[in-house]
Design a protein around this ligand. Structure first.
Ligand SMILES: [Zn+2]
Ligand SMILES: [Zn+2]
Length: 110
């Protein structure tokens, strides 16, 4: 059984199809494209300000329990997001990236 595969971009052995570095680079490109829309720029200035970034980093580094699916989020892998996506003052919680993406900007039920 093999655990390591060569990264599809740079050939470095990793556990996934793409190594961590290339994966990060790809996400940065994606984020930059997304950030180019006016709606996103507005959000960045309000919801995703510097205090959000500080808190989000702390949460991500620590990991925890995903508030959307209840599974463990490994330290350094998740995303921190506002419990109420339209309220910059609402508390942050850790989620899996894929859980957060599938939620979009829907409010939590209840
Ligand atoms: Zn790579
Ligand atoms: Zn989750």
């Amino acid at each position: 059984m093999r655990f390591n595969k060569p990264c599809i971009k740079c050939g470095v052995l990793s556990l996934d199809a793409m190594c961590r570095n290339c994966h990060r680079a790809q996400e940065r490109i994606r984020d930059r494209k997304r950030d180019a829309t006016p709606e996103r720029k507005h959000k960045k200035a309000t919801l995703y300000n510097s205090s959000y970034k500080r808190q989000a980093k702390l949460l991500r580094d620590r990991g925890g329990i995903c508030y959307l699916c209840g599974e463990v989020v490994a330290p350094g892998t998740g995303q921190a997001d506002h419990l109420n996506p339209s309220d910059p003052q609402s508390p942050l919680a850790i989620t899996h990236s894929f859980c957060n993406q599938s939620r979009g900007n829907k409010k939590l039920p209840g």
